[in-house]
Design a protein. Structure first.
Length: 425
């Protein structure tokens, strides 16, 4: 894909000019370091940008304007990649050749109108909007706290490494929400945009020079260094128990296991490690974990192993009965042992590579996924996707076995159905 990058004083713009789609997309990524103090405020800010501004004070008025712009898509999200916290403001627009001239320009100017003109009076957010967002944040917290998978995940990571960036919950917390005021969120808005560094990615039928000129004319960005995501392995205590059990009033138990990757490079994890995990436990009905726990022993409906790249670890998750906890751990160990001993076929490797490469090819089926691809190295500090795929095609059985031998099960956790209690052994 041909792309051009503009390195301006207060932002970087990367444009991939493609005209094979009827729509174009643009992501504005505002980046700051990950801190617990920022999370609740940035979640509030995300909702504020999505719902209200000085010139468009209601969600309805924002949507009416988007409809006038040929139903342009407008989305605000937050993601956390280890030490990097990103507020992402996105537009998806029908290309100008299918609408009236300068529709894309007007859509981008509308986005800047929302960002640059918050709904503040005397440095204080409109009370009605403030109350609406506070209620939304509390409702979201309540829903997540009633989700056993969420409760289990955050409890487990606090046993593994409470100081990890992964332990910073991307939902805020009650205590910090209760301290927010219309004045404090207005103050945070200014603080955030004063500190944030900006990278912009555009994919579609754009004239790169014209797009850059539109952004240069409308932005009020500040010049700040970009905080790239970094590998931050878990600092797991040496005396952590091999099994940890918490009890809660849920109807099903949640099993989580942490597998650490030792002496492997990040590039190995994204290549050999991805093929390993496809065979070991990445959610198919034929992988090792599903075969042993689901098909042979009926311990669960599904089981899944995820690579947490920035932690250099795998986390296995499943819903089971608490009486099957020890048996499930034994079968996870068996699955890993079989990977280490090479008890998988050449066809398993072929099918894993085929599925991975097919998923890669599908990236090019939409402007949004191409945009995400462009963001891989500059935002998420990951190697070029083409290099990864080329390396994956060369992965051998010996590579997978050697990689598997450097993986060990650190501990397993169970959020068990029943009354609140804790067991460690």
């Amino acid at each position: 894909m041909k792309q051009i990058t503009f390195n301006e004083v207060n932002y970087d713009l990367t444009v991939c000019n493609v005209n094979t789609f009827k729509t174009s997309t643009i992501d504005f990524i505002f980046n700051i370091p990950t801190t617990d103090d920022d999370i609740t405020n940035i979640i509030f800010l995300k909702n504020l940008l999505a719902l209200s501004s000085k010139n468009y004070p209601t969600f309805k008025s924002i949507n009416i304007e988007l409809e006038k712009l040929y139903n342009t898509g407008y989305r605000v999200s937050v993601n956390k990649k280890a030490n990097a916290l990103n507020l992402v403001v996105s537009l998806n627009m029908i290309n100008d050749c299918y609408t009236e001239k300068d529709n894309s320009k007007r859509a981008i100017e509308f986005l800047f109108n929302l960002i640059n003109n918050p709904n503040f009076t005397n440095d204080k957010l409109d009370q009605k909007i403030f109350d609406l967002i506070i209620n939304r944040l509390n409702d979201n917290l309540l829903r997540l706290e009633e989700n056993p998978n969420t409760v289990a995940s955050y409890s487990f990571i606090n046993y593994l490494d409470p100081s990890s960036f992964f332990a910073v919950r991307l939902i805020g917390d009650k205590k910090r929400i209760s301290k927010l005021t219309p004045e404090s969120v207005a103050k945070y808005y200014h603080s955030f945009f004063d500190r944030a560094s900006v990278k912009i990615f555009a994919v579609g039928d754009f004239n790169p020079d014209e797009l850059n000129e539109i952004i240069k004319t409308n932005n009020q960005f500040k010049a700040n260094p970009f905080n790239k995501a970094e590998i931050c392995p878990l600092n797991i205590p040496n005396d952590i128990p091999k099994k940890i059990i918490d009890k809660n009033n849920f109807e099903q138990s949640i099993l989580l296991s942490c597998l650490s990757i030792n002496d492997a490079t990040p590039f190995e994890s994204l290549t050999v490690g991805v093929v390993f995990n496809k065979i070991f436990g990445q959610g198919s009905l034929t992988d090792k974990l599903s075969h042993h726990l689901r098909e042979e022993n009926s311990l669960c409906y599904s089981i899944h192993s995820d690579l947490y790249y920035y932690l250099q670890a795998y986390l296995i998750s499943s819903g089971i009965s608490k009486k099957d906890f020890n048996k499930a751990i034994s079968l996870i160990k068996l699955s890993l042992k079989e990977m280490q001993e090479g008890k998988f076929s050449d066809d398993d490797i072929y099918q894993a590579k085929k599925a991975i490469c097919f998923a890669h090819e599908m990236i090019f089926d939409s402007v949004d996924s191409i945009c995400n691809l462009l963001e891989g190295e500059p935002i998420h500090n990951q190697p070029d996707e083409q290099l990864i795929i080329s390396a994956i095609k060369e992965v051998t059985k010996e590579d997978i076995m050697n990689y598997a031998k450097r993986i060990k099960i650190v501990t397993s956790y169970l959020l068990a159905e029943g009354k609140n209690a804790k067991e460690r052994n």
